[in-house]
Design a protein around this ligand. Structure first.
Ligand code: CO
Length: 135
């Protein structure tokens, strides 16, 4: 598996506006608009830190997986995302190592990218997203 770098760290929050204001105040960074993503039942915002992003995720309702995460663990790091060159190939490698996957096959991510999640059962409890960008 060829790794290009860390793409983003995603943080679950009950109040995306509050966390945006905190990050704007501390780092002087401007965020784009808060996006609503009904397909994944969440709102999100991005801060670019040069080599990687921090993204905030707020659930749209109580059925959201982010809502369940917040109930169990409170606000904090939800997942990290690693950029790879070839996600299909990376998933085959992981299957060969018997690593448990959330997504058996790559699925559509933002901006034409492909993504897949590795199951926390195989990572010591850390949710890890793999991403292949469209160039
Ligand atoms: Co992500």
């Amino acid at each position: 598996m060829k790794i290009f770098g860390l793409h983003h760290v995603a943080i679950a929050t009950n109040d995306i506006t509050k966390h945006n204001e905190i990050f704007e105040n501390i780092f002087g960074l401007k965020i784009g608009d808060i996006e609503t993503n009904p397909a994944n039942n969440l709102k999100l915002s991005f801060f670019n830190f040069g080599n990687a992003d921090v993204e905030f995720l707020e659930p749209l309702d109580r059925d959201s997986t982010i809502a369940k995460f917040l109930e169990k663990k409170g606000p904090g790091i939800h997942h990290i995302c690693i950029l790879v060159d070839d996600i299909a190939n990376a998933l085959e490698e992981l299957k060969a190592k018997n690593i448990k996957l959330v997504d058996q096959n790559p699925r559509q991510g933002a901006e034409g990218s492909l993504i897949a999640f590795i199951h926390p059962d195989s990572t010591g409890g850390i949710l890890i997203e793999l991403k292949e960008e469209k160039y």
